[in-house]
Design a protein around this ligand. Structure first.
Ligand code: WT7
Length: 632
């Protein structure tokens, strides 16, 4: 056994203190059980660690693959396990959510208090006619009410569709329209770097394009004047003060396979896809993986610094921690506001024990130097986490040394909106290699395949695939089951195609390289070329557009756009700015191209498809590859 924190041949071994605490033996047993009989091992976890109104009859139904079903016939509700059972136990007075606003306002909700708010809001929604299966769009910043709203929907068996608060008019409109929500929940604004993001104004503009919404519920957060449309818009606080806001309503039993939420994410082509997750399998998968990877215990203060509007927030700010009865911290604002030590200040003041964030944030904070974290007591930290994109070894080492003081292992978790839960990740006892997500979790069978669908050789780059179903997996693309089959299950029949390329080394460690499709990761946020390109061509000056991701030191990738202008339009610098702002207005500030180049033509195949790969190769000064299909 290696000594504490020893680095050996690139491997970083866990500290003895970490090993002494983590449930190492338990994991060995569950890994073994998964190898013997994967569905039975999951059934054991589902039966012993969760409450069900009625037991299931079939753990895994593969008869209609790839439409896998888990815990078929079982009745539960994720809220039964995330709140109700804790309120019946000693945990009722334990903090479920600690929230800090960017303006230093703080709020703590115990399990009991959170449960009361959720129940009150669920009864308001019920009084408005929200029922099982109805979609509700939620568009808010990082405030407790986003969590209350999501849980209130789940409690009723309604399906939440959260749209990230950094998205803008057209992105919001498209998602409302696709989900056919009748109710939207938003806030007057959100605080970011001391400024107000005008969420309600953006909602108003989106609703001029989306007629399905009949009611908008507005949380007061920033307090600036907003337009309230008579007969449509209602204040959250007014509704919560009505006598119908009952703090003790029953959770609605749902089928394990009933939908819990939709979350839109980008793919190769076309509009964003509505990834659908269900109550039963997702609940079991999220809680189990959080426990395995971060070993969250009752004395922990868990901080997942993501946004609730992305899957990381759904699974690991909200559902996972609540299912484990843990204390989860949510911070509203920017990491460097008002100073570059805001995160370290929060970590110290709230005694954070586990911090989970993204490489882009680490690189961003690393730029400010060691002095900012060094002025804070970070000694309560015992584990660190990373997600969203491959973490470069330099950022890994800084995070490990300066934040984790060489004591805290870094859990580099690979997963996706579609997988719902961690898939490839170390657990605290795993020897680490900086930059590798290490090994698949128990029950997860991954492979790296070459073009022919055969296993790639050692260290050979190939397609990362998953070969067996898992409980937290997406069930379909809402409203488009065919696209679900085509996007994920057709390239290699019978196996799930992740869209990533990877290689596997001599120790079986997986090194994720990046996307093989037209998905761009900007600061860890997933964006599709199609959405940005259609925003560009919706501008009167643009005839055609293509966007690519180009490497950036802090943000991973930034967007470069190529535009062909309408005949007669002058290619001015002012137009560049106008187009950048237009994309920010339509899709969101994260989608804003860093650079825009005006061109006369775009490389296309003979069938007219833009060859973004060629554009990328040109920017990187690489070989353009096979261009034999290029239109001449
Ligand atoms: C894509 C999924 C799942 C939470 C946030 C992202 C990339 C994610 C890692 C990692 C290398 C990673 C992949 C993946 N990715 N985690 N630890 N190492 N790459 O969810 O927005 O659905 O994006 O993020 O490319 O396919 P998402």
């Amino acid at each position: 056994m290696a000594r504490s924190g020893e680095q050996n041949g690139g491997m970083v071994y866990p500290d003895e203190a970490v090993l002494a605490r983590a449930g190492v033996e338990d994991l060995r047993a569950v890994s073994q059980a998964m190898l013997v009989d994967m569905p039975s091992a999951w059934a054991e976890i589902a039966r012993t660690q969760f409450e069900w109104y009625e037991p299931w009859h079939t753990t895994l139904d593969e008869s209609n693959a790839p439409f896998y079903q888990w815990f078929v016939g079982g009745k539960t509700n994720i809220v039964l396990n995330a709140l109700d059972r804790h309120v019946r136990s000693w945990r009722r007075n334990k903090a479920a959510l600690i929230w800090e606003g960017e303006n230093y306002e703080t709020r703590t909700y115990t399990y009991q208090q959170l449960n009361r708010e959720v129940s009150r809001f669920a009864s308001v929604l019920r009084a408005m006619g929200v029922n099982k299966g109805d979609r509700v769009t939620i568009y808010m910043g990082r405030i407790p009410e986003i969590e209350i709203a999501m849980l209130a929907c789940a409690k009723l068996g309604a399906v939440h569709s959260v749209v990230y608060g950094g998205f803008s008019v057209e992105a919001l409109h498209g998602r409302i329209e696709d989900s056919q929500s009748r109710i939207a929940i938003t806030a007057d604004g959100a605080w970011l770097r001391g400024n107000v993001v005008p969420l309600k104004d953006i909602m108003d503009e989106a609703l001029q394009r989306a007629p399905t919404i009949q009611t908008v519920i507005v949380v007061k957060r920033t307090g600036q004047d907003v337009h309230m449309e008579p007969g449509r818009d209602l204040w959250y606080h007014d509704l919560m003060n009505l006598p119908i806001a009952d703090a003790h309503i029953e959770t609605v039993p749902v089928d394990a396979e009933d939908p819990l939420y939709l979350l839109y994410t980008s793919g190769t082509t076309g509009a964003p896809k509505a990834i659908l997750h269900t109550h039963g399998g997702y609940m079991v998968g999220v809680a189990a993986t959080l426990k395995w990877v971060f070993d969250v215990q009752d004395d922990d203060t868990w901080w997942c610094a993501a946004d609730p509007g992305w899957v990381t927030g759904h699974s690991y700010i909200i559902y996972g921690p609540l299912l484990l009865g843990a204390t989860s911290l949510m911070y509203e604002g920017a990491p460097n506001y008002p100073f570059p030590d805001r995160w370290w200040d929060i970590t110290e003041r709230h005694g954070v024990t586990i911090l989970y964030t993204a490489p882009t944030a680490i690189r961003g904070l690393m730029r400010f130097g060691d002095a900012w974290p060094n002025r804070h007591d970070l000694s309560k930290l015992r584990l660190l986490g990373s997600v969203g994109e491959p973490i470069n070894p330099e950022a890994w080492r800084w995070y490990h040394r300066v934040i984790g003081k060489d004591r805290c292992p870094i859990m580099d978790t690979w997963w996706q909106t579609e997988t719902g839960t961690f898939m490839i990740s170390p657990v605290p006892a795993t020897p680490l290699k900086p930059g590798s997500a290490t090994l698949p979790l128990p029950g997860v069978e991954v492979d790296v395949l070459n073009e022919e669908g055969d296993p790639a050789g050692l260290n050979e780059e190939g397609y990362l695939v998953i070969k067996r179903p898992w409980p937290g997996m997406m069930r379909t693309i809402y409203g488009d089951p065919e696209r679900y089959v085509n996007s994920y299950w057709s390239r290699f029949p019978g196996v799930y195609m992740t869209g990533d390329s990877a290689r596997r080394d001599e120790d079986g460690y997986i090194w994720v390289i990046g996307r093989v499709d037209d998905v761009i990761k900007v600061s860890g946020y997933r964006l599709g070329t199609a959405e940005i390109e259609s925003a560009l061509v919706s501008h009167r000056a643009v005839a055609e557009a293509a966007v690519i991701g180009v490497p950036d030191e802090v943000r991973g990738h930034v967007i470069k756009a190529y535009c062909i202008l309408i005949t007669g339009v002058e290619p001015t610098q002012r137009l560049v700015e106008e187009l950048r702002d237009h994309v920010a207005h339509e899709v969101g500030p994260i989608a804003k191209p860093a650079t825009i180049e005006f061109v006369e033509t775009l490389p296309k195949t003979r069938s007219g498809k833009i060859m973004r790969r060629v554009l990328k190769a040109r920017v990187l000064g690489q070989d353009e590859g096979d261009t034999s299909t290029l239109e001449q």
